[in-house]
Design a protein around this ligand. Sequence first.
Ligand code: AMP
Length: 415
Amino acid sequence: MRVLLVGGGGREHALALGLAGDPAVEALVAAPGNPGIAAVAQLREVTPTDPAAVAALAVEVAADLVVVGPEAPLVAGVADAVRAKGIAVFGPSAEAARLEGSKTFAKDVMTAAAVPTARAYTCEDAAAVARALDEFGAPYVVKDDGLAAGKGVVVTDDRAAAERHAAECGRVVIEEYLSGPEVSLFVVTDGEAAVPLLPAQDFKRVGDGDTGPNTGGMGAYAPLPWAPPNLVDDVMRDVVHPTLAELRRRGTPFAGLLYVGLAITPSGPRVIEFNARFGDPETQVVLALLETPLGGLLHAAATGTLGAHPPLRWRDGAAVTVVVAADGYPAGPRTGDVITGADRAGVIHAGTRRDADGTLRSAGGRVLCGTATGPDLAAARDAAYELVRDVELAGSHHRTDIAAAAVDGRITIPG
Ligand code: AMP
C-alpha cells in the first residue's frame, strides 16, 4: 500500500511512525511533513488546505490511501477532492467535518441524537451573551463558533474577560460549566462500524497545575488508571453510535477519526467537544501503545470495511508525552531558535524546520514532544522527561506535571 500523509505537526510525526511501522505500507509520502517525519517518509511540498493540490499529489504519487492529519484541510474539503479521484481517504467529508468546524452544528447534532453534553446557547450580540452568562453563572465557558486551533475557548470566573472574548469572536457558543476530569477518546469509524482506541488525557493549560491560558495541548498520557471500567462502552453506546447514526440520517456519514472530548461529571460522561481528526498530542501516546498495524486499520475505515477488521491489539504498560513549547507560547511564540538533542528516538517533531546546513530550528509554538512508553505510568513519565531534559532550545518551556496526578492517584470523579 502506498500512503500519502497530509500535515506537518507532532500528530503527523506520530502517524508517520505508525504508518512506516506497518509492513503493508510499502511507500510513505508526507506533505508537507517536517524534519522528524523526513526520517521515515519522502517529503513533498503542498498547501494542505488546497483540495485540488492535495488530490493532484495523491494521483501523482499513486497513493492507495490518503491520511489527512489536521482539521483545516478536512473542513476545506480535501477528503472530498481525494475521494472524487477514486482514492481511499482517511478523513471525513467537509460536511461531516463541520462536527469540528462549527460548535453550533456539533451542538445541533448532539441535541438531535440525545447525546449528553453541556447546555448551550449560540450568541451573536452582547445582549444575548449577557443573558447566557447570567443563566449559567461562573465559571463562564465561551467558545468561538469556528475553528481556532484549540485556542478559541475561554473558561473564566472573570465576567469582563468572558464578555471580551465573546465580543472578539463575534459568534460564540456559551455553555454550562462541566466539572470533572477530562478524557479524550479516539474512535476510528467508516461511518457505521466504530472502533475505540485507548482513552487518553491531555493538558490544555500552559502552566503546571492547570494554570494560564489554553493551548493546543502541553502533554498527554494513556491509558487512564482512574477511568471507570465501563467508560468506553458507555461512551460508544451513548455518544458515538447515536452521533454516527444522526450523521448517516442527515446523508453526511462521518468516516475517519471521531475525537470525543469528555468531562467525567458526577452524573456521568458529558461531551465537551467533537473533533474530526486525531488529537495532538494524545495521538503520540495512543499510537505508541497500538500494536495493530496502523495502515491496515485506517485503510479499513477509509474503504468501509472496518466491520471485518480484527480486534485491536495493545502493548502493555503506559505512554507519556511532554510538549516543549517555544518562548512566548501560546500568546506570541518566538521561532527560528536553534534546537539540539532532538534527533533521537522518542522525540516527536511538531514545529521544527531544518536549514540547508542541517541546523534544526524552531518553527512553531509547540516545537517538540518527548514521548516514551514504560511498564507503568510512572516509568513512562520519567522516560519522557528524560528525553525533554536532553533537548536544548533557548527560552523554551514545558509543564513539569504531565501525568503526575494520575501517577500519584490524585484524580477523582466528583460525586
Ligand atoms: P474545547 O476546545 O471545546 O475542547 O475546549 C478547550 C478546553 O476548555 C477543554 O479541554 C476544557 O478544558 C475546557 N472546556 C470547554 N468546554 C467546557 C465546559 N463546558 N466546562 C468546563 N470546561 C470546558
